[in-house]
Design a binder for this molecule. Structure first.
Ligand SMILES: *Cc1c(COP(=O)(O)O)cnc(C)c1O
Length: 424
């Protein structure tokens, strides 16, 4: 067993596995009686203090929570008993802001307590997490951040979002796929010598402290729902899944006592998780490109955590989780239909979760799906589906962006990490 500080600051356990909290505290039932009257910062503080209170001062936790939620997370009824939890009102318009902003503050906290070396944070991204991490960590003292992304995978806008010159943020283009990037990060953490010499950690959802803050909004989503609908109809929550970080956070929240009947998981054509739920067989593959590209993952890194939570018991897992997958065509049609019949604009990721929820929701139940990105981030697809002209964030830049480029090997990454940030 290691302390929370060690788990945060090493990213990966010594055996190459992922850290899990050894003991998951349960929130007293009474908390849920008036949760509908609490705001997201009050809820987040209660949850965070239960998880981190032994390691970090309460006033410090309160400050981290307040600095994380500088924006609201509204719950919007899309149609009868189906609600969107809009997680995209943060600075980079995607839910990953929440995890990145909180994690940056935790790493800053533990970094300050170590000796004078800078902490190096590595993150692999296929899209939005990069900008969220760049934004969340910008100017956190004592921390350098390396953002690995697969060549050709990011839009010009996403690349621009990473380019903050003369800062502690260092983007790196990798000649490979997203799965290559994830593998390289894992391999670097397996290098004991390097980890001893450098304070190295990860900002991907393999870092346990990115998952904790994601639990906050599952509680908040529930609170907002019971605030507007006081019936005691069962609650189902639907999650658009890639690396399964969000889902793991939801399952941890349920373990802490969140009264959710079950979770519905939504995949795009990269359906390893939905297939696992259908067949009991987990078969990682290479990812393929879809319109919901932040979910293009062939080997979801948090699968081991989910198996761990259920002690690998498939029958128990399939009692709590249902899975569905959707083609690009189905996603585009859903965006179009929901716009014309419900007057609600979905982004491609939220659209998968919306469809999955509608398929799964039974008579007398109500459901919340996570709307993980702002539709204007995917304006091309959304405009094609609806005709709605969005204030696209895509014409922000036409400047040529150059990031250092490395081959898809952990040796190349190590070389880069030991050179001084200024020389990259
Ligand atoms: C990252 C991301 C997802 C997938 O979340 P995981 O925690 O990796 O399963 C879904 N939607 C959007 C918009 C994302 O950026």
């Amino acid at each position: 067993m290691v302390s929370l500080g060690e788990a945060v600051m090493t990213g990966l356990a010594p055996d190459g596995g992922l850290f899990m909290p050894e003991h998951i505290p349960v929130i007293p039932r009474a908390f849920f009686n008036n949760i509908g009257e609490m705001n997201i910062r009050e809820i987040a503080y209660v949850v965070a203090d239960l998880m981190l209170g032994d390691d970090i001062d309460s006033s410090e936790i309160q400050r981290m929570v307040n600095e994380t939620f500088t924006f609201e997370v509204p719950l919007v009824e899309v149609h009868d008993s189906v609600y969107a939890l809009e997680l995209f009102h943060g600075p980079t318009h995607a839910f990953k802001d929440v995890g990145a902003r909180f994690l940056a503050r935790i790493i800053g906290h533990y970094g300050c307590m170590s000796d004078n070396r800078n902490v190096k944070v590595i993150v692999a991204t296929s899209g939005d997490s990069g900008a969220a991490v760049a934004n969340g960590f910008l100017d956190v003292p004592g921390v350098d951040v390396y953002i690995l992304y697969p060549q050709g995978c990011l839009t010009q806008l996403q690349r621009a979002g990473l380019s903050i010159s003369d800062s502690n943020i260092h983007p790196v283009e990798v000649l490979g796929t997203f799965d290559d990037c994830q593998r390289m990060v894992k391999e670097v953490f397996m290098d004991r010598d390097l980890c001893r010499e450098t304070l190295l950690t990860s900002a991907n959802s393999i870092n346990i402290c990115r998952l904790l803050p994601q639990m906050f909004y599952f509680f908040h989503g529930y609170a907002s729902l019971v605030h507007s609908d006081r019936s005691n109809r069962p609650v189902v929550m639907s999650v658009p899944c890639g690396n399964l970080g969000n889902l793991t956070a939801g399952l941890l929240a349920r373990k802490m006592g969140l009264p959710v009947d079950r979770f519905v998981i939504a995949n795009n054509r990269n359906d390893v998780t939905a297939e696992y739920l259908r067949t009991g067989l987990f078969k990682p593959t290479r990812a393929i490109r879809t319109v919901a590209c932040a979910m293009d993952v062939g080997n979801p890194s948090n699968m081991s955590r989910i198996l761990d939570l259920f002690k690998g018991d498939y029958s128990e897992i399939s009692g709590v989780l249902r899975g569905y997958s959707f083609s690009d065509m189905e996603i585009i049609n859903a965006i179009s239909e929901t716009h014309f019949s419900d007057r609600y604009l979905l982004d491609p990721h939220g659209a998968t979760a919306f469809m999955a929820l509608k398929k799964d929701l039974g008579e007398g139940e109500r459901g919340v799906f996570l709307a993980t990105a702002h539709p204007s981030k995917f304006s091309k697809v959304v405009t094609m589906a609806t005709g709605v002209k969005l204030d696209s964030m895509a014409n922000a830049t036409s400047v040529k962006i150059h990031h250092p480029r490395i081959s898809a090997s952990s040796d190349a990454l190590k070389k880069l990490l030991v050179s001084l940030p200024g020389q990259v």
